[in-house]
Design a binder for this molecule. Structure first.
Ligand SMILES: [Zn+2]
Length: 195
């Protein structure tokens, strides 16, 4: 079975408080850097805009770093706003820590399932791969992917990580077939107890 893949569909927004309007959402737009030379030292910022008032903020990528410490290709990437460099810097946890924001992934990712789920023989073992570090709760992701309720996920899934803890690294799980006999017994037990 092919793996399930979690991947980015666009750049995520940032939960970052605007100093002007107090809104807490900023967008990197298409991704733009600003490089400022001060003698032999360089500052590099990633520019983001408040989604409410359009105010631009600068996120520090490099601060007073010697020009000689830069790989020429990297420096060129900053000057031409290389999209891959934008992604790698924006998703770097170090940038978030340094500039005190968290990424807001709402609506910025999708789950790709590349094989027909229902035709598989039970139990089914699936690997979930993260192409981008999107934080997801396995419980929700599996409910979505399998088209079953979260309660059912907790009952039918065996997983190598806790289902309720947010993760953005790969994991595998095994989905068990619904056990009808057990289900019937449960119903009878409930009935017997007067539930
Ligand atoms: Zn604002």
């Amino acid at each position: 079975m092919l793996p399930w893949v979690v991947r980015r569909t666009r750049l995520p927004l940032l939960s970052l408080r605007c100093v002007d309007c107090r809104s807490e959402s900023a967008t990197p737009g298409k991704g733009r850097f600003r490089v400022n030379a001060n003698g032999k030292l360089l500052d590099v910022w990633l520019l983001v805009r408040c989604v409410s008032c359009d105010r631009t903020s600068k996120l520090t990528v490099h601060e007073r770093a010697p020009v000689t410490s830069f790989d020429p290709a990297e420096l060129h990437g900053y000057r031409v706003n290389d999209p891959e460099l934008v992604v790698s810097r924006l998703l770097d946890p170090l940038l978030a820590r340094r500039n005190r924001f968290v990424l807001d992934w709402t609506g910025a990712w999708r789950l790709d399932i590349r094989s027909a789920w229902s035709d598989e023989a039970w139990p089914v073992r699936v690997e979930v791969v993260f192409e981008d570090p999107v934080p997801v709760r396995p419980e929700r992701l599996l409910a979505q992917g399998l088209g079953i309720s979260r309660n059912e996920v907790l009952r039918r899934i065996k997983c190598d990580i806790p289902l309720r803890r947010t993760t953005s690294t790969g994991f595998t799980f095994t989905a068990m077939a619904e056990d009808w006999e057990l289900f019937k017994v449960r119903i009878l037990v409930r009935a017997g107890r007067g539930w």
